[in-house]
Structures are given as structure tokens and as C-alpha cells.
Design a protein around this ligand. Sequence first.
Ligand code: UD1
Length: 370
Amino acid sequence: MRVMFVVGARPNFMKAAPILFEMRRQPQIFEPVLVHTGQHYDDNMSAAFFHDLELAAPDVQLGVGSGSHSEQTARILIALEPEILRRRPDLMVVVGDVNSTLAATLVCAKLTVPVAHVEAGLRSFDRSMPEEINRILTDQLSDVLFTTEASAERNLRREGIAPEKIHFVGNVMIDSLVRALPKARSATVLSDLGLTPQQYAVVTLHRPSNVDDPEVLEQILSGLERIAAALPVIFPVHPRTQKRFGTRQTPRLRLIDPVPYLPFLGLVSNARLVLTDSGGLQEETTYLGIPCLTLRPSTERPITVELGTNRLVDSRADAIENAAREALTTTRQARARAQPPLWDGRAACRIVEILRRERIDGRLRSAVSA
Ligand code: UD1
């Protein structure tokens, strides 16, 4: 069974890796082909992740690069179609909610190649987020939908997806985390940065709604500066955010370049507090039991708030400062919560087994046609 994976952006790599590893352990059944769209291309946004995840280089590089959403999506459509026609996969696997995810799904839907979507059904109910559009459309066009939490199945059923297409398998990103954690914890990142475990905060910010509007960004940076008066704040700056900083000075924040997977996990797993607008980090902090303040009005991952350590916070300086103060005065015992079901490091095994069965039972039929 030839299975094509399309990845493009930083959070895709740790989601695809465990499924690829599992399929490569069964070469008599699976022949995986990895395509990188080139949505992310800087070393520390892409190649360093492949290295840290021990993931072999992609079989195909489309090299589409940056652009507006439409430009980027269109370039992937054009570059990917001939690869699919040439390699004729039996199945496409897409992960997450980035532009590469939607573009690959759309090409396959038109060529009648079945699509499996990993991390299906998450909804923020905020269509101003580009990812929400990508999620809804990808799920509508997918043939097999793998979910990470119960809310996802409810969302998919409400949108009319047939229940037999939906499989609750857990969280592949946690598979990667479980595998990498021992190495991440022994990484030298803390000593390199002169940090003491539990005595610093980590910040990541890249959502257009937080960084593209100068007034919103100003409020967030003021809030972070106030936190940094009491606790060192380490801020690996995403390239999108870097471009928005302009001449803004941030004397108390420690701005650093984006950090590869293992040192980043090392930083987060020893942090006292995380502030973010990332999707994946809400889940990683939940698993690790690290208090997380998510600077967004909504989350597509409600289980991280219900069961985990995550809390949604308004992107205003006062709200950020107050939420951080509360989080820092909560004891570790009071923070301890339950682990979300099936976030156990074995999601990829379940996915691969389901795909094998679907294929044997004749439910995945590819009929590549131009
Ligand atoms: C994308 C995803 C987002 C994901 C994020 C993780 C979409 C719609 N957005 O957002 O869901 O959470 O990746 O990082 O797919 N840039 C570089 N070097 C790179 C990549 C990007 O300098 O390697 C710069 C470019 O100026 C680019 C900007 O960052 O225009 C934004 O990159 P893009 O991939 O368009 O969106 P992200 O904000 O990274």
C-alpha cells in the first residue's frame, strides 16, 4: 500500500513522524512517501526538526515557500498534482490544519485518492482563523478521520460526517513527545541560556490576530514585560512575529531565535509557566502538567482547559499580568490534573492498524484520475 504524507509547516513534522516510523516497521504492507511542500523552509523551522525527530529527509520537496494564503495554497496545488499522478498513492495522509494540509486534501479529492486526516474535528468556531477554514474543508473531503479528543467527534457528527469514518485514536504529537522527552530533558539548553528549572517562563506568539495588529502586539509585550520583572521570560521569536517587532524595544524579555524540537521541549518541560497562542503547545503543556496561559479568545482543544493546565486569557496587558500572577501562586499539587484519554504515546500504532484494516476490508480504493 503506497501511502503519501504531505507536510509543510513546523507543527506537521512531529505529527507525521510517529506514523511514518510505524509504517516503516511494516515494509511488507506499507510503502510511505514523504512530500514536503516547503511552506516552512528556514533551518530552525524545518530541517532541524527532521534532525531532532530522527526523520529521514523528504522524498519530494515542492519548495513553494511563503506567500499570501491563496498564493501559497495555489502553488501547492500546482506542484503536488503531478507528483500524485506520477506516484499514484493508494492513500494520502495529512496532519493538522495548515495550508499544506488543505491543499494536499483538495488535490486528492479531485484525483479521487482517499485521504486520512490526523487531528480531525477540532473547532475554534472562529472563522477568522485561517486554520479553522483549513480544518472544516479538510474534514469534509477526508475519507478517514482520526481524532484526539471527544469534542472532535461531536463536531464532525454535527457537520454530517458519517460516524464510521471517525476513529478516536489519541494524540500523535504526544507520541513524539513521549519518545523525545528523555533526550529533551538532557539537552543543554537550560545551561546554555543560564536558566534554573522552574524559575522562568516561556513565550511563543505567532497568530496573525496577536502579532499582525500593532496595538494588540503592544499590549501583549507590555504584559510580558511586567511578568519579566519577577521571572525571567524566554521568548523564541517566530519569523512572522520577528517581522512585526519593528523598532519596539523589549528590555526585560529574552528574545531568541526559534528553537528546534528537542531544546524547545527541554525548555518547556522545565518551565514554571508557558504563555502561547500555539495550538500544539496547549496540548504539550497539558501532558507535561505545566501551567499554560493561551492568549486567545477560544481554543479548538477544549480538553486542555477541562482536564489540563490550560487557561484562555485576553490579549491585554492587565489580563496577562493578572493571569500570570494567579498561575504562579498556584501550588504544583493544586495544578495536577488528569491526562486526556489515549494520550499515551501509542496513537500512531492505532492509526496504522486502522488503515491496514480499512485497506483489507476494501474501504480505501484509490482510482487516480486526472
Ligand atoms: C503556519 C500555519 C499555522 C501554524 C504555524 C506554525 C497556516 C495557515 N498557518 O503559520 O497554523 O501554527 O505555521 O509555525 O498554514 N517565514 C520565514 N521562514 C519560514 C517560514 C515562514 O521567514 O521558514 C515567515 C515568512 O515571512 C512568512 C511568515 O513567516 O510569510 C509566515 O509563515 P506562514 O507559513 O505563512 O505562516 P505561519 O505564521 O508560520
